[in-house]
Design a protein around this ligand. Structure first.
Ligand code: AMP
Ligand code: GLY
Length: 423
């Protein structure tokens, strides 16, 4: 089989690496890819939003399966574009990717189908939102309806902050049309857990849990980022919580989408918060998480291509999804200064030490080839992943492995997975 992967981050590198394990696969392409991905796939210089070029490429190269990693093309209808050309593609159609693409849609869906989530109101004008904020309890969360690079949820401690948030989203239009509608939501307290799942329209199979560290600095200080590290499984995601979510969240979401005529095939990523009143859904994503994928897929035993095919064919009920009984930790090596100002173009050394090192991986996020060198090319540069028999061992292994890689402005958090010691 020939497989095309669309995207260019650490998530897509982990997907490409996992696809490469499949005996069914002869050749992998990635558009646009990065320097690390080019070790397992041939990178093609086509952007993820260039649907016409991507479908033309897939037809020309007789691609058997295309896997979409990123949210923006999914929400923009890339799956519909591929299917219109008779091409096989893994991911939700546009009318189902709205589960991630519109927070107002997903909140209304949860309300209608009694799926536990934070209380909320939706507003289309700043006047209505500001009036509502006069009588609200604080803190409160103000969210852009649409995609905003993970930066569209503003936690506001006071009325003044919330008013500023409404201004930022609706008047200054910081996230463009994504902020034309906003959701104002009750602030919830609890631990966050990421649960990824495969869905074939009707059947849902849950992967192992993970937890992301979103803030730039240790102790969850500093600015929000795309994710500074992850661990899997989350010790806070207990069997009891799993049972609750199976009954009240997972299948209900899939059934709700089908009942709305929006059959969902692909990945649903449940962003959960474990509150004192029980687990609630903070958000849905319609794709693999980044950097959750980097700790989840190395622990997955199945041939991922078989699972992708089962999702597309509606036979997921026949798949026995299995994960190793161990743990994995991913420490992101970033450029110092991320997520604000940082320099790039620094030579990276030591990467070859990960080759054939059992249980250790280095997934590239922002790297590129410069002659025969690999250089830094983004805020998040690499995800160093290690497995271990438990989370503590995985963490020790991962931090040990971060020492193997050098580049000039290397920065990382030193406490990824540390909260697990409390359990
Ligand atoms: P979202 O884009 O909806 O996932 O929000 C991004 C982040 O904001 C989440 O991962 C949480 O850390 C935080 N957040 C979002 N909604 C809430 C809420 N209702 N209560 C507390 N924190 C929230
Ligand atoms: N790690 C969070 C996300 O992928 O949205």
């Amino acid at each position: 089989m020939k497989v095309l992967i669309v995207g260019s981050g650490g998530r897509e590198h982990a997907i490409a690496w996992k696809v490469a394990q499949s005996p069914k696969v002869d050749k992998i392409y990635c558009a646009p890819g990065n320097a690390g991905i080019s070790e397992v796939a041939e990178c093609v210089n086509i952007g993820a939003m260039e649907f016409d070029k991507l479908t033309a490429f897939a037809k020309e190269e007789n691609i058997d399966l295309t896997v979409i990693g990123m949210d923006e093309p999914l929400v923009g209808g890339i799956v519909d574009a591929f299917e219109a050309e008779g091409l096989k593609v893994f991911g939700p159609c546009k009318n189902a990717a709205i589960l991630e693409g519109s927070k107002a849609f997903s909140k209304d869906l949860m309300k209608k189908y009694h799926i536990p989530t934070a209380e909320y109101e939706t507003f289309h004008t700043p006047e209505q939102a500001l009036e509502y904020l006069r009588h609200s309890k604080y803190p409160i969360v103000v969210k852009a309806d649409g995609l905003a690079l993970g930066k569209g949820a503003l936690i506001c401690n006071t009325k003044e902050e919330a008013e500023d948030a409404v201004k930022t989203l609706m008047l200054d239009k910081q996230f463009g049309d994504a902020g034309a509608t906003i959701v104002v939501e009750e602030f919830l307290i609890g631990r966050e857990v990421s649960v990824l799942s495969f869905v074939d329209g009707h059947t849902i199979k849950i992967m192992t849990s993970a937890q992301d560290h979103k803030r730039a600095k240790d102790n969850d200080e500093g600015l929000n980022t795309g994710g500074m590290g992850t661990f899997s499984p989350s010790p806070f995601y207990t069997e009891e919580i799993n049972s609750f979510c199976k009954e009240h969240v997972y299948q209900k979401t899939v059934d709700a989408m089908a009942a709305e005529g929006r059959e969902f095939k692909g990945i649903i990523f449940f962003g959960l918060i474990l509150t004192e009143q029980g687990p609630k859904v903070l958000e849905y994503n319609a794709r693999f998480g980044d950097p959750e994928t980097q700790v989840v897929l190395p622990r997955m035993k199945n041939d991922i291509v078989e699972v992708f095919q089962a999702c597309m064919e509606g036979t997921l009920n026949k798949i026995d999804l299995q994960f190793e009984d161990n743990a994995a930790v991913c420490v992101v090596l970033a450029s110092d200064g991320y997520p604000e100002h940082y320099d790039k173009g620094y030579k990276i050394t030591g990467l070859e030490q990960f080759q054939n090192k059992e249980g250790y991986y280095v997934f590239h996020a922002g790297t590129k080839l410069d002659g025969s060198d690999i250089v830094t090319n983004g805020g998040r540069v690499l995800g160093v992943v290690a497995k271990g028999e438990n989370l503590k061992a995985a963490r020790e292994n991962a931090y040990e492995a971060t020492k193997l890689v050098c580049f000039d402005n290397k920065y990382m958090r030193t406490d990824i997975g540390k909260a697990i010691d409390e359990v």
